[in-house]
Design a protein around this ligand. Structure first.
Ligand SMILES: Cc1ncc(COP(=O)(O)O)c(C=O)c1O
Length: 375
């Protein structure tokens, strides 16, 4: 069998070539936009005097993390054991794992990662870190723990009025050190397009976690960090007195859901899916090769069920999709073989669907980055 004849073009072979030569669907990351997003958030955090620790689940690319650190981020935030292991393997030195270390595989990952990097682990109860404490003692080490406080999202996180009690329990657990408190103010995104309400919600979350930190300190437990984190709340929560760190993630790429609520401008969205028109036989919709497996099935904050939004001049939306077929509505003048760029609803969900992304500049392929630590 002649393998070279049957093998589709590898993106790496196309470095230096025009973007339209890429196989489709391909995830494109526009480098100038990415650099601008990274630089602006870093400058903003600096202006507030808070440390920036971007959530890496958005890109899962070592190259993006390196740009964030280069721009001044103190470290990175991770959600999964795969992400923590990938960051350790790539040589990053400071990671906050914002997820309860429950189950032996997570405990093993934490103990192993803590050997090569500074690790902080998030938790909302003593029960969730009991095994980690024991493993730390067995390994002759101690692990820093950040107590998660629920400031309104209603996910993980201790209720504020129970925080001192749980902080005491964690601080008293051998093998663990209480390092700080954190919250993910995802409820700010849930507010939607009302900018004033978003600001009020973000400020309230910041104040609540800062107040909880004060109560814990007044109870005799020193804390180094009081950390907030989200893209929709990035302009409000970290501005509160007492907040020491911000952990936005999505900002690095932007996505259509942030555009929908007005927290990212369309031109600041660095990530799109390059897709090709495969059929215009039906007139409307036009069929493209980006379906659910290319876009992810993350919901749209536009509320109309779309799976993507056309970013190129043709306009329109990816109204729905099958696995490999996308149904484009409202696009003008498309012919079979034309390429369109589509903004995903949710950048972080999109990254996890793909093994690599293609870095582009001025319509030319400049690099191919692996997406690490996928499920
Ligand atoms: C714990 C934590 N911190 C920070 C973030 C970053 O939020 P965003 O993606 O809105 O920037 C997330 C997002 O899910 C999160 O779960």
């Amino acid at each position: 069998m002649n393998r070279s004849a049957t093998r589709p073009a590898e993106p790496r072979d196309l470095i230096g070539e025009p973007v339209d030569r890429l196989p489709t669907p391909s995830v494109l990351v526009d480098l100038p936009t990415l650099r601008r997003n990274i630089g602006e958030m870093a400058a903003y955090a600096r202006s507030l005097g808070v440390a920036l620790r971007p959530h890496w689940k958005t890109s899962k690319c070592a190259e993006v993390a390196a740009l964030q650190i280069e721009a001044g981020a103190v470290g990175l935030t991770a959600a999964t054991a795969g992400e923590v292991a990938a960051l350790a393997a790539a040589g990053f030195g400071d990671v906050f794992w914002a997820f309860p270390p429950v189950g032996a595989p997570r405990v093993e990952t934490a103990i192993s990662a803590a050997k090569s990097l500074r690790l902080i682990v998030g938790a909302d109860s003593a029960a969730s870190v009991a095994d980690l404490g024991e493993a730390a003692i067995a390994a002759g080490t101690a692990i820093d723990i950040r107590l998660e406080v629920d400031t309104g999202l209603g996910r993980t996180g201790v209720a504020p009025d129970r925080a001192v009690r749980v902080a005491r329990e964690i601080a008293a657990t051998p093998g663990l050190r209480l390092e700080g408190v954190f919250t993910h103010e995802g409820q700010v995104q849930g507010v939607g397009a009302d900018a004033a309400r978003r600001t009020a919600t973000g400020l309230a979350a910041g104040r609540l976690v800062a107040d909880v930190a004060e109560e814990i300190r007044n109870d005799g437990m020193p804390l180094s960090s009081v950390s907030v984190g989200s893209t929709a709340g990035a302009r409000s929560a970290p501005t509160v007195a007492g907040i020491t760190e911000a952990r936005p993630g999505t900002y690095v790429y932007g996505d259509e859901n942030q555009v929908a609520i007005g927290t990212v401008e369309p031109e600041n969205t660095a990530i799109t899916v390059l897709s090709r028109v495969i059929s215009v036989e039906r007139g409307e919709p036009v069929l493209v090769d980006a379906g659910i497996k290319a876009m992810s099935s993350d919901g749209s904050l536009h509320g109309d069920g779309r799976i993507g939004t056309v970013a190129s001049a043709h306009g329109g939306v990816l109204a729905t999709g099958h696995e490999e077929h996308g149904f484009l509505r409202g696009s003008a003048g498309l012919r079979v073989g034309d390429t369109v760029r589509i903004r995903p609803n949710h950048a972080c969900g999109l990254s996890n669907m793909h093994s690599h992304v293609v870095a582009v500049e001025d319509g030319v392929v400049v690099d191919v980055w692996r997406v690490l630590g996928r499920h």
